[in-house]
Design a protein around this ligand. Sequence first.
Ligand SMILES: [Mg+2]
Length: 174
Amino acid sequence: MSKKCVFLDRDGVINEDSPNYVYKPETFQLIHGVPEAIEAIKAAGYLIIVVTNQSGIAKGIYTRNDMQVCHALMQQQLGHRIDYIYYAPFHESVSNSLSRKPGSLMFERAIARFDIDPGKSWMVGDKARDIKPAQKLGINTVQVDGLSDGGADHVAKDLYTACEHILGPVWGRL
Ligand SMILES: [Mg+2]
């Protein structure tokens, strides 16, 4: 049977974003309520897959290794509950890619590899470019940070409150 999944953008959803990129462990700060939200999503039987643009790699601002160090820290802080991380180390100023959101290739790869049912799955992102590729594939969407320019199905303050839409009435009882 196909699986259900919650796809998560990283910067601005899991950790605090920065205009100067987040690639040092000391500046990698989880957003309030994220560990609890991820624990609840996992307990409800969803896969958790991160889909993140990391154009700073293409721009030479940081390396894949810098990113992997942050991802190891993120997994540690979240109890190793993230099933897989897809990242797009590209930027249109350097090299084009169908992986980089709003391209949908990272989502398509995950759907094929993990046998995911898009209709039972969700994407939570803070930018319109997170929402568009998910909608194209029939994934339910929540835009966080109070933004609604992506035309998502729902708008929420953060991942914690987005769980009201994803988990419904179950959420309050956990
Ligand atoms: Mg983001």
